[in-house]
Design a binder for this molecule. Structure first.
Ligand code: BGC
Length: 486
């Protein structure tokens, strides 16, 4: 039988994010909301966070050369997905840099005009040491033959924009309110422009925002309150979703405007977004309340954001009807691809909470459950990809897919099963351009710290040595051969 081959030029890589891997070897980045959040005594005591510190992480800020060597030589990859830490580049506020903000007839930010003078101002505020390290890092990736897939926002926000403890204690009274305020959108546009201008000669492939729904939900609408600022209220959740959609538009514009240099056939700038598309099913398909709760969850979690950034439909009251005042066409700028993170299947059950449409709970099914409590369900990847391609018609990258597995024994099966489904989906005509496994190395799993190991490589917490799990060799075979094993 001929091997199951992937298309010519397919990108094979792994994904990481700055906050999850950079610290651990010395230079720390203490100026973000996430840094404050995971070290806050009250959060630790309340169990919102694990008490682990990113300061004990894999140390990629110093050890990126080793990471890229592993990715290229040992895994045979031709690409890598990583993010920059906004608070490292701008530990000091950029708010004084003057720009022109365009608003639509409803007052929503639909553009930010940044001129050369403003860019000069941003350059004078940025931390030169951080700029230099990131330049060396991105240059090294290119030098060894890894196409960079750069995420601008993978969750930490500078503390000067978001004080998560003040917001947790009193959101209304707080002054630095992160994604609750449209001012954060303007500062994000400046950061995006600066990144595209400063590193555009090393990057062609950008994601503006990683998983806006997860940031919004886990920050504003869970009982545990595990992400900053740890609230449990649908109101601020909706505001965060809306502002993160507006932030995509303005940052898309900036990257297109400021990156004029190509390093590959994707240049100067191919810009998209990364969403997580889990597979949802009603817990009991014979109970109408479960079926309608599941429809709502699919809509709110998988569809709402994409409708906003691709069509300008901002269904603010989540009634699934777009009223004239919920159509915001001027905020739509573009989305060249959709990055899909796919991990698991979830079952949705109706549960009374007094929150109207938000009256549901999410549980696992009867399949194999990972160490993170997520159900492995490769077939769901097919549903997610076919649905998103059919509905939005954009090329797709699988920007994350992986398993929490400390022994590494189950990861190989997970990888092969998902790639087999992916191969079939591509054969069926869905345009998928690359696959990034989460993750290259074990890293800091946000509120859950180091308990949850996703790496193809283990990391010794003391020596920082990277050690392959058995899946690393399997992934190398696939990546080098651009095909599944026969
Ligand atoms: C995030 C990663 C995270 C992974 C595993 C995704 O939601 O983008 O940062 O580590 O899932 O939980």
């Amino acid at each position: 039988m001929s091997p199951k081959r992937f298309p010519e030029g397919f990108l094979w890589g792994t994904a990481t994010s700055a906050f999850q891997v950079e610290m651990g070897r010395g230079a720390s980045a203490k100026e973000s909301d996430w840094f404050a959040w995971v070290h806050d005594e009250e959060n630790i005591a309340a169990g919102r966070v694990s008490g682990d510190s990113p300061l004990d992480g894999p140390g990629s800020w110093e050890l990126y050369t080793e990471d890229f060597r592993i990715a290229r030589e040992e895994l045979g990859n031709n690409s890598i997905r990583l993010s920059l830490d906004w608070s490292r580049l701008f530990p000091r506020s950029t708010e004084a840099v003057e720009v022109e903000v365009e608003r639509d007839e409803r007052g929503n930010i639909c553009g930010v005009i940044i001129d050369e003078g403003a860019m000069e101002g941003l350059r004078s505020i940025a931390d030169p040491a951080a700029v230099e390290v990131y330049r060396e890092m991105l240059s090294e990736a290119n030098r060894v033959g890894l196409t960079v897939f750069l995420t601008l926002y993978h969750w930490p926000i500078p503390l000067w924009l978001h004080d998560p403890i003040a917001c947790r204690d009193d959101l209304e009274g707080a002054t630095k309110r992160g994604w609750q305020d449209q001012g954060t959108i303007v500062e994000f546009a400046k950061y995006a422009a600066f990144v595209a201008h400063t590193f555009g000669d090393l990057v062609d492939l950008y994601a503006t925002i990683n998983e806006p729904r997860i940031v919004s939900q886990h920050g504003y609408m869970t009982e545990r309150g595990e992400f900053p600022p740890g609230l449990n209220d649908p109101g601020p959740f909706r505001v965060s979703m809306r502002n993160l959609a507006l932030a995509h538009g303005v940052s898309y514009d900036q990257v297109k405007r400021w990156d004029k240099t190509s390093v590959s056939d994707k240049g100067p700038a191919t810009v998209g977004v990364v969403v997580v598309l889990m597979h949802y099913e009603p817990a009991d398909p014979s109970i109408p309340e479960d079926v309608s709760a599941c429809d709502f969850v699919r809509y709110m979690y998988n569809e709402w954001y994409l409708n906003a950034i691709v069509k300008g439909d901002y269904d603010l009251n989540l009634d699934r009807l777009i009223q004239p005042d919920e159509r915001w066409p001027r905020t739509v700028k573009g989305c060249d691809f959709i990055g899909v993170n796919y991990y698991a299947r979830w079952l949705v059950r109706h549960k009374e909470k007094g929150w109207g449409r938000f009256d549901y709970e999410i549980t696992t099914g009867e399949g194999e459950i990972s160490e993170y409590g997520w159900e492995t369900y490769p077939r769901g990847l097919r549903h997610s990809l076919e649905w998103v391609y059919d509905r939005y018609g954009r090329p797709i990258y699988i920007t994350e897919n992986g398993l929490a597995d400390s022994t590494g024994e189950r990861r190989t099966r997970y990888l092969l099963d998902h790639l087999d489904v992916l191969h079939g989906v591509i054969q069926g005509g869905v345009s998928v351009r690359g696959y990034f496994h989460w993750s290259l190395i074990d890293n800091f799993e946000w509120a859950d710290g180091y308990k949850i190991p996703f790496g193809l490589y283990r990391v010794d917490r003391e020596t920082k040595e990277r050690m392959p799990t058995e899946s690393a060799a399997v992934y190398r075979g696939i990546s080098r051969g651009n095909a599944l094993p026969e």
